[in-house]
Design a binder for this molecule. Structure first.
Ligand SMILES: Nc1nc2c(c(=O)[nH]1)N[C@H]1C(S)=C(S)[C@@H](COP(=O)(O)O)O[C@H]1N2
Ligand SMILES: [Mo]
Length: 259
């Protein structure tokens, strides 16, 4: 997919840049530094209500995030956030190389699943070289491989009321578990995969072993590591803080974190 024409994609930065005089120039010039500035961050957060329908309306549901060539891969892809899950259960999985680990798929599905890692590895695979953009001000280009999330959801069969896929992770911040969520358009997007390989190696503990979500049209905090369970829900209300993700609940980061 390298060479894919990306010029039609209106990024969050360009959208905001078009509509917000002054801020737009800053965003275009130094977009990675915005998070350091609370005033700019609040402008970004305030734009969310407008931003989600605009992006959903202007981007095709299958518009692809840009893909890169192997030569463009970053020599170093740093880790961020939690770099392990500090529980006995997770340590036991690491010790036996995730041989007894299963991914749970449940909630509003016809057939709840418990998929061993070997089953995820045996499914049709997608690989993609993409750029990860963290709101904290760094980016890295890496290669990801795994089954498409859409294929896994199709195996489980969605019930008509399902609207969101929630990713429950093994790690916590204090006593609060990390979690994330996406809508079904994003869940069935071709580049949405559960990656167990990164840069042609098994996913390391630091990067989210055994599997992590890649949703390539969105920012870093949506890329949930240590995914243990995918829960299909009709609403995000009533789940933790109700805003659909750990950072969304605790800092007000946007739920639809389109790049
Ligand atoms: N479970 C879990 N997923 C997570 C995080 C985390 O702390 N826990 N941090 C997020 C953030 S802010 C970023 S930028 C990326 C970092 O991924 P990396 O460690 O592979 O670079 O993971 C995201 N997913
Ligand atoms: Mo991040």
């Amino acid at each position: 997919m390298s060479g894919f024409n990306n010029s039609a994609i209106l990024s969050r930065r360009r959208l905001l840049g078009m509509g917000t005089v002054g801020v737009g120039g800053l965003l275009l010039a130094g977009c990675d530094k915005i998070n350091a500035n609370p005033a700019l961050r609040s402008i970004l957060q305030g734009a969310d209500d407008l931003h989600y329908p605009l992006q959903r309306g202007m981007l095709g549901r299958d518009t692809l995030a840009r893909e890169f060539s192997p030569a463009q891969m970053s020599p170093v892809f740093r880790t961020n956030g939690n770099v392990t899950a500090d529980t006995d259960a997770y340590r036991a999985h690491v010790a036996d190389n995730f041989a007894r680990w299963t991914l749970t798929v449940d909630g509003l599905v016809k057939t709840p699943l418990a998929l061993p890692l070997a089953a995820l590895m045996a499914m049709p695979q997608r690989s993609q070289i993409t750029r990860h953009d963290c709101v904290e001000g760094w980016s890295a280009i890496g290669k990801w491989q795994g089954p498409q999330l859409g294929g896994i959801l199709a195996m489980a069969g969605l019930l008509p009321a399902a609207r969101y896929a929630v990713f429950h992770c093994a790690d916590n911040f204090g006593t609060t578990p990390y979690y994330e969520s996406i809508d079904l358009i994003e869940a069935f997007h071709p580049q949405s995969i559960l990656a167990w390989r990164m840069n042609d190696q098994p996913l390391s503990v630091g990067h989210g072993a055994p599997i992590r979500l890649r949703v390539e049209r969105q920012l870093g905090y949506k890329q949930a590591k240590y995914v243990m369970r995918v829960e299909l829900r009709d609403t995000l209300a009533g789940l933790y803080g109700g805003k659909g993700g750990f950072w969304e609940d605790s800092t007000g980061y946007q739920w639809y974190a389109g790049i």
